[in-house]
Write a protein of this length. Structure first.
Length: 131
């Protein structure tokens, strides 16, 4: 199984933000996040290093047995900006419209005569800022 670390970095950074805010902690172990996404310990460390390379997370408290992360100032800014964009009703509307049109186009190309519109919600382009 190949792991898409690029796709998982956004949910991880937001997860770390939520966990540290809820516990008022400086850092959080990401083992639970890794297990939730089918990652073993080595893959969790690799995901953490990917986020560290982009400057979003720090592994200051990570040990060889427990991957732990905290947000960097850049990571906190990234999360806050994403939450602001996610709450923008005009941007959400534009994303929804574009996602629906793209999905309908693909359904037409696949030969679906009357597609069930509810399945557009499983389409990756229907997401706006990860939600």
């Amino acid at each position: 199984m190949t792991i898409d670390f690029v796709a998982l970095h956004e949910p991880l950074v937001e997860w770390v933000h939520e966990q540290t805010a809820a516990d008022s902690a400086d850092y959080v172990t990401i083992t639970a996040f890794g297990e939730q996404h089918g990652l073993d310990e080595q893959q969790s460390f690799r995901l953490l290093l990917t986020c560290k390379d982009w400057g979003l997370l720090s592994d200051r408290w990570a040990t060889m047995g427990d991957p732990a992360a905290n947000l960097t100032p850049k990571g906190l800014q990234w999360v806050q900006e994403r939450q602001r964009r996610r709450a923008d009703p005009r941007a959400r509307s534009a994303t929804a419209r574009k996602g629906l049109l793209t999905w309908l186009w693909e359904q037409k190309n696949d030969g679906a005569g009357s597609p069930i519109v509810e399945s557009v919600l499983q389409f990756p382009h229907s997401l706006h800022e990860g939600g």
